[in-house]
Structures are given as structure tokens and as C-alpha cells.
Ligand binder design. Sequence first.
Ligand code: ZN
Length: 88
Amino acid sequence: MQNNPMQQELKITCFAKTRSGHPCKTSTVKGKKRCRMHGGAKGSGAPKGSKNALKHGYYTKENIAKRSEVHKLIKEWKTLSQELEGDY
Ligand SMILES: [Zn+2]
């Protein structure tokens, strides 16, 4: 039997739009909502913990947080010193 409906896979078509504006008709990758051409084959972005793009660590989450903390302190110090200057 070739046309057994029980053996047919449930095909979901890709949710993406093609460049011509029509919906993509390719079936999705298992467990994903996009076909293999529209990002279904892999997750988006690098895997967590990947150090491939790390050059100097200037833009790591921790360093960005540290810098913003320092900027906040500088701002506080500036307003504080301006207040003190006003007293003289
Ligand atoms: Zn697609």
C-alpha cells in the first residue's frame, strides 16, 4: 500500500514569506515553524557560551554592566559636586 493515510506525515508549511511576497510552501523542519531555508535547520545566533566572537571581552554582559555602574557613579558624583559648589 502506498497511499495509506496513517503513514502520511503531518506536514506543516513554513510560516515565512518569500522574497516575492508569497507564503513559503516548503514543509517545516520537525518541531520547528520554519522550513530549512528559513531558519528551521538551526537556532538563531551562536550557541550559548560560544567564545568564537570574543576578542577582548569589552562587550561581555559583565563588562557592559560594570561600565554602566561606573557611569552612574560618575553622574552621581558630578551632581553631588555641583550641589556642593553651590554652597560656597
Ligand atoms: Zn520556508
